[in-house]
Design a binder for this molecule. Structure first.
Ligand SMILES: [Zn+2]
Length: 294
Protein backbone atom coordinates (compact mmCIF):
# COMPACT_ATOMS: atom_id res chain seq x y z
CA UNK A 1 0.00 0.00 0.00
CA UNK A 2 1.33 3.47 -0.79
CA UNK A 3 2.62 5.35 2.22
CA UNK A 4 3.55 9.01 2.64
CA UNK A 5 6.57 8.97 0.26
CA UNK A 6 4.63 7.21 -2.49
CA UNK A 7 1.68 9.61 -2.19
CA UNK A 8 4.03 12.61 -2.04
CA UNK A 9 5.77 11.35 -5.20
CA UNK A 10 2.41 11.15 -6.96
CA UNK A 11 1.50 14.62 -5.72
CA UNK A 12 4.73 16.09 -7.09
CA UNK A 13 4.08 14.51 -10.46
CA UNK A 14 0.42 15.55 -10.54
CA UNK A 15 0.92 19.16 -9.48
CA UNK A 16 2.49 20.55 -12.68
CA UNK A 17 0.04 18.58 -14.84
CA UNK A 18 -3.09 19.57 -12.93
CA UNK A 19 -2.62 22.98 -11.35
CA UNK A 20 -4.36 25.66 -13.41
CA UNK A 21 -6.27 23.10 -15.50
CA UNK A 22 -10.05 23.10 -15.64
CA UNK A 23 -12.03 19.88 -15.22
CA UNK A 24 -14.29 19.80 -18.28
CA UNK A 25 -15.87 16.46 -17.41
CA UNK A 26 -15.89 14.15 -14.38
CA UNK A 27 -17.17 10.59 -14.32
CA UNK A 28 -17.38 8.27 -11.32
CA UNK A 29 -17.75 4.83 -12.88
CA UNK A 30 -17.72 2.96 -9.56
CA UNK A 31 -20.16 4.30 -6.92
CA UNK A 32 -18.25 2.50 -4.18
CA UNK A 33 -15.40 5.02 -4.68
CA UNK A 34 -17.39 7.90 -3.16
CA UNK A 35 -20.11 6.23 -1.10
CA UNK A 36 -22.25 7.28 0.70
CA UNK A 37 -22.22 10.31 -1.66
CA UNK A 38 -23.92 9.62 -4.99
CA UNK A 39 -21.58 9.73 -8.03
CA UNK A 40 -23.67 12.50 -9.66
CA UNK A 41 -23.12 14.81 -6.67
CA UNK A 42 -19.34 14.30 -6.89
CA UNK A 43 -19.34 14.79 -10.65
CA UNK A 44 -21.38 18.01 -10.37
CA UNK A 45 -19.05 19.43 -7.73
CA UNK A 46 -15.96 18.80 -9.88
CA UNK A 47 -17.17 19.55 -13.39
CA UNK A 48 -16.27 22.99 -14.73
CA UNK A 49 -13.98 23.92 -11.85
CA UNK A 50 -10.29 24.83 -12.11
CA UNK A 51 -7.75 22.88 -10.06
CA UNK A 52 -5.80 25.38 -7.98
CA UNK A 53 -3.53 23.08 -6.02
CA UNK A 54 -2.50 19.43 -5.61
CA UNK A 55 -1.82 18.87 -1.90
CA UNK A 56 -1.28 16.01 0.53
CA UNK A 57 -2.07 15.16 4.17
CA UNK A 58 -0.70 11.85 5.46
CA UNK A 59 -1.56 9.32 2.76
CA UNK A 60 -4.37 11.47 1.33
CA UNK A 61 -4.12 13.43 -1.91
CA UNK A 62 -6.09 16.67 -2.06
CA UNK A 63 -7.11 18.47 -5.23
CA UNK A 64 -8.20 21.94 -4.17
CA UNK A 65 -10.48 23.53 -6.75
CA UNK A 66 -11.83 27.03 -7.18
CA UNK A 67 -14.70 28.10 -4.90
CA UNK A 68 -13.04 26.31 -1.95
CA UNK A 69 -14.08 22.86 -3.19
CA UNK A 70 -11.72 20.00 -2.27
CA UNK A 71 -11.45 16.49 -3.65
CA UNK A 72 -9.77 14.20 -1.12
CA UNK A 73 -8.54 10.84 -2.45
CA UNK A 74 -7.04 7.81 -0.73
CA UNK A 75 -5.37 5.10 -2.82
CA UNK A 76 -5.65 2.40 -0.11
CA UNK A 77 -4.37 -1.02 -1.24
CA UNK A 78 -4.15 -0.87 -5.01
CA UNK A 79 -5.27 2.57 -6.17
CA UNK A 80 -3.26 4.39 -8.82
CA UNK A 81 -3.62 7.77 -10.51
CA UNK A 82 -2.59 7.95 -14.15
CA UNK A 83 -2.54 10.83 -16.61
CA UNK A 84 -3.05 9.98 -20.23
CA UNK A 85 -3.40 11.92 -23.48
CA UNK A 86 -5.14 9.14 -25.40
CA UNK A 87 -8.53 8.27 -24.00
CA UNK A 88 -8.15 4.51 -23.86
CA UNK A 89 -9.72 2.82 -20.82
CA UNK A 90 -7.33 0.72 -18.75
CA UNK A 91 -8.68 -2.22 -16.74
CA UNK A 92 -10.15 -1.43 -13.32
CA UNK A 93 -10.83 2.19 -14.24
CA UNK A 94 -12.96 3.77 -11.47
CA UNK A 95 -12.97 7.53 -12.09
CA UNK A 96 -12.01 9.87 -14.93
CA UNK A 97 -11.43 13.62 -14.85
CA UNK A 98 -11.10 15.20 -18.31
CA UNK A 99 -8.93 18.30 -18.36
CA UNK A 100 -9.15 21.33 -20.62
CA UNK A 101 -5.84 20.46 -22.29
CA UNK A 102 -7.30 17.21 -23.62
CA UNK A 103 -5.59 14.99 -21.08
CA UNK A 104 -7.38 12.67 -18.69
CA UNK A 105 -6.70 11.91 -15.02
CA UNK A 106 -7.71 8.33 -14.22
CA UNK A 107 -8.19 6.61 -10.88
CA UNK A 108 -7.46 2.92 -11.46
CA UNK A 109 -8.01 0.44 -8.64
CA UNK A 110 -7.99 -3.37 -8.82
CA UNK A 111 -9.30 -4.08 -5.34
CA UNK A 112 -11.61 -1.04 -5.12
CA UNK A 113 -10.68 0.08 -1.59
CA UNK A 114 -9.63 3.53 -2.84
CA UNK A 115 -11.91 6.44 -1.98
CA UNK A 116 -12.84 9.95 -3.04
CA UNK A 117 -14.66 12.58 -0.98
CA UNK A 118 -15.64 16.11 -1.90
CA UNK A 119 -15.52 18.70 0.87
CA UNK A 120 -17.05 22.12 0.55
CA UNK A 121 -14.99 24.76 2.32
CA UNK A 122 -11.68 24.83 4.18
CA UNK A 123 -13.38 24.24 7.53
CA UNK A 124 -14.96 21.02 6.31
CA UNK A 125 -11.55 19.95 5.02
CA UNK A 126 -9.87 20.67 8.36
CA UNK A 127 -12.59 18.79 10.22
CA UNK A 128 -12.24 15.82 7.89
CA UNK A 129 -8.56 15.44 8.76
CA UNK A 130 -8.86 16.39 12.40
CA UNK A 131 -10.75 13.20 13.16
CA UNK A 132 -8.50 11.03 10.99
CA UNK A 133 -4.91 12.24 11.11
CA UNK A 134 -2.29 13.20 13.67
CA UNK A 135 0.91 15.18 13.21
CA UNK A 136 2.45 15.45 9.75
CA UNK A 137 5.92 13.89 10.18
CA UNK A 138 7.67 16.11 7.62
CA UNK A 139 6.27 19.32 9.13
CA UNK A 140 7.86 21.59 11.72
CA UNK A 141 5.27 20.29 14.23
CA UNK A 142 6.95 16.87 14.41
CA UNK A 143 9.42 17.71 17.15
CA UNK A 144 10.99 15.43 19.74
CA UNK A 145 8.78 17.07 22.37
CA UNK A 146 5.65 16.51 20.30
CA UNK A 147 6.51 12.84 19.80
CA UNK A 148 7.32 12.49 23.48
CA UNK A 149 3.94 13.94 24.43
CA UNK A 150 2.19 11.50 22.10
CA UNK A 151 4.10 8.53 23.51
CA UNK A 152 3.91 9.40 27.19
CA UNK A 153 2.19 6.80 29.36
CA UNK A 154 1.30 4.53 26.44
CA UNK A 155 1.76 0.80 26.74
CA UNK A 156 1.29 0.28 23.03
CA UNK A 157 4.19 -1.38 21.16
CA UNK A 158 6.14 1.24 19.25
CA UNK A 159 5.39 -0.27 15.85
CA UNK A 160 1.61 -0.18 16.41
CA UNK A 161 2.05 3.37 17.66
CA UNK A 162 3.82 4.40 14.44
CA UNK A 163 1.11 2.82 12.28
CA UNK A 164 -1.69 4.71 14.02
CA UNK A 165 -2.60 7.47 11.57
CA UNK A 166 -4.36 9.44 14.30
CA UNK A 167 -1.01 10.00 16.02
CA UNK A 168 1.47 10.32 13.14
CA UNK A 169 0.10 10.66 9.61
CA UNK A 170 1.47 8.74 6.66
CA UNK A 171 3.74 6.07 8.17
CA UNK A 172 2.85 2.52 7.10
CA UNK A 173 4.42 -0.91 7.36
CA UNK A 174 7.54 -0.33 5.26
CA UNK A 175 8.60 3.01 6.67
CA UNK A 176 7.81 1.94 10.26
CA UNK A 177 10.23 -1.01 9.92
CA UNK A 178 12.90 1.10 8.26
CA UNK A 179 12.58 3.80 10.94
CA UNK A 180 12.69 1.34 13.85
CA UNK A 181 15.84 -0.26 12.46
CA UNK A 182 17.49 3.13 12.05
CA UNK A 183 16.54 4.04 15.62
CA UNK A 184 17.69 0.59 16.89
CA UNK A 185 14.32 -0.04 18.52
CA UNK A 186 12.49 -3.36 18.76
CA UNK A 187 8.96 -3.03 17.32
CA UNK A 188 7.38 -4.60 20.43
CA UNK A 189 8.99 -2.15 22.82
CA UNK A 190 6.32 -0.22 24.74
CA UNK A 191 6.38 3.30 23.37
CA UNK A 192 5.77 4.86 26.79
CA UNK A 193 9.02 3.36 28.13
CA UNK A 194 11.25 5.10 25.58
CA UNK A 195 13.68 7.61 27.02
CA UNK A 196 14.18 11.02 25.52
CA UNK A 197 17.29 10.09 23.44
CA UNK A 198 15.37 7.12 22.01
CA UNK A 199 12.38 9.31 21.19
CA UNK A 200 14.72 11.73 19.48
CA UNK A 201 16.36 8.89 17.54
CA UNK A 202 12.93 7.61 16.53
CA UNK A 203 11.81 11.04 15.34
CA UNK A 204 14.98 11.48 13.29
CA UNK A 205 14.67 7.95 11.90
CA UNK A 206 11.07 8.44 10.79
CA UNK A 207 12.00 11.66 8.97
CA UNK A 208 15.11 10.07 7.44
CA UNK A 209 13.26 7.00 6.16
CA UNK A 210 10.42 9.09 4.70
CA UNK A 211 12.78 11.56 3.03
CA UNK A 212 14.88 8.79 1.54
CA UNK A 213 11.66 7.22 0.28
CA UNK A 214 10.67 10.48 -1.40
CA UNK A 215 14.18 10.84 -2.88
CA UNK A 216 13.76 7.36 -4.38
CA UNK A 217 10.31 8.29 -5.69
CA UNK A 218 8.71 5.70 -3.42
CA UNK A 219 8.88 1.93 -3.20
CA UNK A 220 7.19 -0.21 -5.85
CA UNK A 221 6.71 -3.59 -4.23
CA UNK A 222 3.24 -4.40 -5.48
CA UNK A 223 0.81 -2.14 -7.29
CA UNK A 224 2.25 1.28 -6.74
CA UNK A 225 3.18 3.11 -9.93
CA UNK A 226 4.02 6.68 -10.81
CA UNK A 227 1.59 8.86 -12.69
CA UNK A 228 3.34 7.87 -15.94
CA UNK A 229 3.30 4.17 -14.99
CA UNK A 230 6.97 4.04 -13.91
CA UNK A 231 8.14 2.43 -10.67
CA UNK A 232 9.87 3.89 -7.62
CA UNK A 233 13.25 2.58 -6.45
CA UNK A 234 13.13 2.70 -2.64
CA UNK A 235 12.71 -1.09 -2.60
CA UNK A 236 16.37 -1.26 -3.68
CA UNK A 237 17.38 0.73 -0.61
CA UNK A 238 15.49 -1.17 2.12
CA UNK A 239 17.69 -1.81 5.16
CA UNK A 240 15.42 -4.44 6.74
CA UNK A 241 12.01 -4.52 5.07
CA UNK A 242 11.47 -7.75 3.06
CA UNK A 243 15.12 -8.73 3.68
CA UNK A 244 14.54 -11.82 5.92
CA UNK A 245 17.54 -14.17 5.72
CA UNK A 246 19.86 -11.47 4.42
CA UNK A 247 22.67 -9.91 6.48
CA UNK A 248 22.13 -6.71 8.49
CA UNK A 249 23.92 -3.81 6.80
CA UNK A 250 25.15 -2.65 10.19
CA UNK A 251 26.29 -5.80 12.03
CA UNK A 252 25.98 -8.73 9.63
CA UNK A 253 23.41 -10.63 11.73
CA UNK A 254 20.59 -12.29 9.85
CA UNK A 255 17.43 -10.19 9.39
CA UNK A 256 14.35 -11.99 10.70
CA UNK A 257 10.64 -11.60 10.10
CA UNK A 258 8.20 -11.53 12.99
CA UNK A 259 4.70 -10.25 13.61
CA UNK A 260 4.02 -6.92 15.25
CA UNK A 261 0.85 -4.85 15.15
CA UNK A 262 -0.65 -7.69 13.13
CA UNK A 263 1.80 -7.07 10.29
CA UNK A 264 4.82 -8.86 8.87
CA UNK A 265 7.73 -7.02 10.49
CA UNK A 266 11.46 -7.16 9.72
CA UNK A 267 14.20 -6.55 12.25
CA UNK A 268 17.84 -7.19 12.98
CA UNK A 269 17.66 -9.20 16.23
CA UNK A 270 21.09 -7.91 17.23
CA UNK A 271 20.61 -4.19 16.51
CA UNK A 272 17.01 -4.17 17.76
CA UNK A 273 17.03 -6.02 21.06
CA UNK A 274 13.78 -7.48 22.30
CA UNK A 275 12.52 -5.66 25.41
CA UNK A 276 12.93 -7.68 28.58
CA UNK A 277 9.32 -7.23 29.74
CA UNK A 278 7.70 -8.60 26.61
CA UNK A 279 10.31 -11.35 26.16
CA UNK A 280 8.50 -13.25 28.92
CA UNK A 281 5.07 -12.40 27.51
CA UNK A 282 5.40 -12.85 23.76
CA UNK A 283 1.66 -13.32 23.37
CA UNK A 284 0.81 -9.71 24.23
CA UNK A 285 -1.14 -8.54 21.26
CA UNK A 286 -1.68 -4.95 20.19
CA UNK A 287 -5.25 -3.73 19.97
CA UNK A 288 -6.86 -4.06 16.55
CA UNK A 289 -7.81 -0.39 16.47
CA UNK A 290 -4.13 0.50 16.73
CA UNK A 291 -3.71 -0.37 13.08
CA UNK A 292 -5.40 2.81 11.96
CA UNK A 293 -6.08 2.98 8.26
CA UNK A 294 -2.80 1.53 7.12
ZN1 LIG B 1 22.24 -5.54 12.93
Amino acid sequence: MPELPEVETIRRQLAPALEGRRIVDARVLDPRWCEPAPPEAIEDALRGRTIERAGRRGKYLILSLEDDVHLVMHLRMTGNLLISADHESPAHLRVTLDLDDGRRLMFVDVRRFGTGDVLLGGDALDEYFESRLGVEPLSADFTTDALRALARGRKQPVKAFLLNQERIAGVGNIYADEALFRAKLHPLRQVGTLRRPQIEALRDAVIEALELGIDSKGASIDDYRHVDGARGSFQDRFLVYSRAGEPCVRCGSTIVKLRAAGRGTYICPNCQRRPRASASAPSSRPARRALGSS
